[in-house]
Design a protein around this ligand. Structure first.
Ligand code: GAL
Length: 992
């Protein structure tokens, strides 16, 4: 076998592309172009066929076909495979196994004869995964890799007028795979567009734009360097700019920002060609350790976006890209990190147009070397320098004209080493107008910002104050202390979560050094698939027969695979809101702080409204037009109700809590350029309690009655002789006991960084997933039936001493005072603490729940900014969130009243207070499900969950928070549920 390293360039050599043209911008040109997307002939081989594609001059007649762009694994050839960190092949760089799926692509294309009349003919591939060789009419021309980067090949000398044969051989595994170890599906093939371009003689090879903005003068400076053999003119008609290549103009302009994405149509022409681009004037600087755009400190409220669509993988369509951008804008995201590679170029056009700050990340990750102590890591190996430097050059060559890009990133999780400096130097040489980012080297030696992923709230705060741990190298330490800090990833959105987003966001607002962060990540990469009997579902690692895989870790997005926003996404939108409206706890009176968090906009376009609400009814409402406008960064403290609201409060019906709600919405009468926003789009909302609920009227009337079968009747509740609740109103009760477990979330299943045990493990050790009740006593005490019991799990000695005190409140209502005292030594937290009821119900999914409390979406102790108190209705089916990997979901907090419309009649549950460890709160936490928690925990996919004939109802004093332990810190102390005595006061009414 030949020594691979001696070979000039094969799929097993760490060499940059061969036979290709220099990188250049992705520009819209009027030069002729033929789209080569569509059906190609295709054949998949199990092994890497040696030689180049030209060895097989066949036309591919009789082969199968494949859609280009696309991945072969999603078109019936081979299977997708998911690993996060580890390589699914031996770590043996740059060699790869013989089992190397190899796709042979063939198609013909037509070259019009006039294309050969001077000028060049060029093939352009926007992205091919992972290594490919190209031959035209039997002549091998080029080899390339860099899956998410373009390749241009000059085919002029081998094409003929009329039909030509294009052969492309693509290897799934190559040397390039070692530097493309991103946490995603391994998916191969020609997955981005292919085109044939006519490059006219005297045409425009490239345009490099400089468009800066000086916030003090309000002037922009513009210059474009045009690479051409012709005479180029550069025009921005709107600004009256008409320049030659290299000439500069300084004049008054409107700047570009994510908030106001002002673009100027620009035309660059020679006699032979015109290209159009959209220029945005903006300047990115770091002054005194603060990240600024156009002179203003900007906080990046970002997301990490992989390209993904469940049927197409990374071959995303323009429609999907637009959907992502619109969804991001609608959820108040202002920044995207293109984790972990340059995105499809059209996505960046959309970011320019709609306004999103972008970290454009190089296609580099070598994480799998971490598993072997980084031995042989390409990042630190001189042999890989040309390949890695070529990648950043191609990224900048393609993308530098986009105003939305505010930073370049060297890559992700590629360890440390010499090639970082080489890549950074190459970037600075090509473009020194943007800071450089890289997280994987804690010293930040080669970059301009200090970046980390998943730093805890505590550590982030220390960094914000400049009090982070020292680096051993004093000089590097001093340098890093002067850099702004970004969390390139934080708040891991796997499954139900993230919790604690608001805690981070508050720090970003507090400390100038903190420039914000990017939630991990945008979307669950669940692949649309089906069971053998045809049930559709979204698959994750292990669903495709992989030899090794990382299971559900691929489902960690804010969007479910079908792009339904998860509750975490809704929470993110509330936390990221540009007009934040929050309770001001230190004002001495009910008060709301309204903050304009834009960096550039006033609140002129925001209509501020108020409402006074009780029991979900609006008592009075109005707008705040008299308050005036907040300039960027300003705030109002609202301490007094509007006069009309005060009057309404005077006459408000006695009993329910009264809330003062303030909302900011897009004004219909102030036009801002926001094509992504619907009418009346919400910019922020908040609520403060102005009058607490009165306690429920005391239970009067009624007594405990002995029933004929030896049991008891207490109002509408029936008990057997052993004190077991068997009927509530019309509903048969199948189970009624204390419960402290939940179907673990992905976050619960993982140990928080630095902790020995996950929450789910602590609950398992506490026996919470398998509790049984021991009956201690059943007594009639005055007008109450008192049952005492001990609830505990097998194999442990910790448990709960429980007292249920049932008191009739007339014929139709019964009060329950529930007292729960934890006993024994507990290894950790509790999942929840409260009452679990099973109610026999023919169609539990269809039961309507009509409640007063936080809603309409779910809320948890550390994910509750988005939820507001009101009156909401959902069926039990709609209360569930169909996480790609089923787990605890759907809790509603602060519930003071809930009506369940059961087959057997309407059952009302009310609460006037719960407490845990002496901390009281209004309202309980309610969850209702058509299946048990055990079934939820056991389900691998949503279709495993089948509604039974029982409605499972949790009425909790509290539930544990969510945290972000699936990757990062767990539940913070402010949301942890520790074993502590708990009380609930509940009233059940059979509503007639
Ligand atoms: C980070 C990594 C991401 C992703 C995430 C966990 O370490 O950069 O690509 O793997 O963890 O979901």
């Amino acid at each position: 076998m030949a020594d691979a390293s001696a070979a000039p360039s094969t799929h097993e050599t760490p060499t940059p592309p061969t036979g290709v043209r220099s990188p250049r911008s992705h520009l819209a040109s009027d030069a002729p172009r033929a789209d080569l997307n569509g059906e190609w002939r295709f054949r998949l081989f199990d092994e890497a066929v040696t030689g180049v594609a030209a060895d097989d001059p066949g036309t591919g007649d009789g082969w199968g076909s494949i859609a280009v762009p696309g991945h072969w694994q999603l078109q019936g050839h081979g299977s997708p495979a998911y690993t996060n960190v580890v390589f699914p092949f031996p770590v043996d760089p740059p060699r790869v196994p013989r089992d190397n799926p190899t796709g042979e692509y063939r198609r013909t294309f037509a070259v019009p004869s006039e294309w050969l009349d001077g000028g060049r003919v060029v093939l352009r591939f926007e992205g091919v995964d992972s290594w490919f060789a190209v031959a035209v009419n039997g002549t091998p021309l080029a080899t390339s890799s860099g899956s998410r980067l373009p390749t241009e090949i000059d085919v002029t000398d081998v094409v003929v007028a009329g039909e030509n044969l294009l052969a492309v051989r693509v290897h799934q595994w190559s040397a390039a795979s070692y530097v493309e170890d991103q946490d995603q599906w391994w998916l191969s093939g020609i997955f981005r567009d292919v085109a044939l371009l006519r490059r006219p003689a005297g045409g425009i090879t490239d345009v490099r734009v400089a468009a800066e903005y000086d916030p003090t003068s309000g002037q922009g400076t513009f210059r474009a360097e045009v690479t051409t053999l012709g005479e180029a003119r550069v025009r921005i008609p709107e600004l009256g700019i008409d320049l030659a290549s290299g000439q500069e103009a300084t004049l008054a302009v409107e700047p570009w920002s994510a908030e106001v994405p002002r673009l100027y149509d620009t035309e660059v022409s020679t006699d032979a060609e015109t290209v159009r681009l959209r220029v945005g004037f903006r300047t990115v600087t770091i002054d005194d350790g603060v990240f600024r755009v156009n002179g203003a400190a900007v906080k990046l409220r970002g997301v990490n976006r992989h390209e993904f669509e469940p049927t197409r993988g990374r071959a995303v369509t323009p429609e999907t890209m637009l959907e992502d951008v619109v969804l991001a804008k609608r959820h108040h995201v202002n920044a995207v990190r293109t984790s972990h590679y340059p995105p499809h170029p059209h996505f960046l056009d959309l970011c320019d147009e709609y306004g999103l700050y972008v970290i454009d990340e190089n296609d580099l990750e070598t994480h799998g070397f971490g598993v072997i102590d980084w031995r042989g890591n390409p990042t630190d190996d001189a042999a890989w320098e040309p390949l890695l430097v070529d990648r950043v050059r191609r990224m900048i060559g393609r993308d530098a004209h986009h105003p939305s890009i505010v930073m370049w990133s060297l890559g992700n999780e590629a360890g440390e080493g010499r090639n970082l400096a080489a890549m950074a130097a190459a970037i600075r040489e090509l473009d020194d107008s943007r800071p450089i980012h890289y997280e994987g080297d804690r010293s930040s030696a080669d970059v301009d910002v200090y970046s980390r992923m998943y730093a805890s709230v505590g550590e982030t705060e220390r960094i914000g104050r400049g009090e982070e741990d020292q680096l051993t190298d004093g000089e590097l330490d001093a340098r890093r202390r002067g850099l702004p800090f970004v969390q390139c990833e934080y708040a891991h959105a796997m499954g139900n979560g993230p919790g604690g987003l608001a805690d981070y966001d508050e720090l970003f607002d507090t400390y100038p050094r903190l420039m914000g962060g990017f939630v991990w990540e945008w979307i669950d990469h669940g692949i649309a698939t089906r069971t053998p009997d045809g049930v559709e579902f979204f698959g994750y690692g292990g669903d495709f027969g992989e030899e090794i895989h990382d299971g559900t870790f691929i489902a960690d997005g804010m969007l479910l695979p079908d792009r339904t926003p998860s509750p975490g996404m809704v929470e993110m939108a509330a936390v990221y809101a540009p007009v934040r409206i929050d309770v001001e706890p230190d004002a001495g009176v009910p008060a709301l702080l309204v903050r304009n968090r834009y960096a550039f906009r006033s609140t002129e376009h925001a209509q501020l409204t108020w409402a006074l609400e009780a029991d979900g009814e609006v008592l009075a409402s109005g707008d705040y037009d008299d308050l005036g406008v907040l300039e960027a960064g300003e705030a109002f403290l609202l301490t007094e109700l509007p006069a009309e609201a005060s009057a309404a409060l005077e006459t408000a019906p006695a009993g329910p809590a009264v809330w003062w709600t303030v909302r900011a919405r897009l004004r219909p009468d102030v036009a801002i350029d926001a094509p992504w926003a619907e009418e009346g789009f919400g910019l922020g909302a908040g609520q403060v309690l102005v009058r607490a609920a009165a306690p429920l009227p005391a239970a009067v009337g009624g007594e405990v009655r002995a029933s004929d079968d030896g049991g008891y009747a207490v109002g509408p509740a029936a008990f057997d002789g052993a004190g077991r609740l068997v009927r509530l109103g019309g509903a048969e009760v199948t189970l009624a006991r204390v419960d402290a477990w939940r179907a673990p979330t992905d976050n619960d299943r993982a140990a928080s960084w630095g902790e020995a045990m996950s929450d789910a493990e602590a609950w398992r050790r506490s026996g919470l997933d398998r509790v049984h009740e021991r009956l201690d006593s059943v007594e009639v005490d005055g007008d109450a039936l008192v049952v005492t019991a001990r609830t505990a799990g097998a194999a442990t000695d910790c448990g709960f001493a429980v007292t249920y005190r049932w008191t009739p409140a007339g014929d139709d209502a019964v009060d329950l005072e529930l007292d729960i005292v934890p006993e024994g030594e507990w290894p950790g937290s509790l999942a929840r603490i409260g009452m679990l009821l099973g109610l026999a119900e023919g169609a539990p999914s269809d039961v309507l729940v009509d409640w007063v409390g936080l809603g309409p979406g779910e809320s948890y102790a550390d994910s509750k900014v988005a939820a507001l108190t009101g009156r909401w209705q959902h069926t039990v089916a709609d209360l569930q969130t169909r996480y790609t990997h089923p787990q605890e979901n759907g809790a509603r907090r602060g519930v003071t009243r809930a009506d369940l419309v059961l087959g057997a009649g309407r059952l009302r549950v009310e609460s006037d207070g719960v407490s845990v460890g002496g901390r009281a709160s209004t309202g309980l936490e309610l969850s209702a499900r058509p299946w048990t928690d055990a079934a939820l925990a056991a389900a691998a996919h949503p279709h495993d969950l089948v509604a039974g004939d029982v409605l499972w109802l949790h009425l909790d004093a509290a539930q544990h928070g969510l945290g972000s332990a699936a990757c990062g810190p767990g539940v913070l102390p402010n949301a942890v549920l520790r074993p502590a005595p708990a009380q609930l006061r509940l009233r059940f009414t059979a509503v007639r």
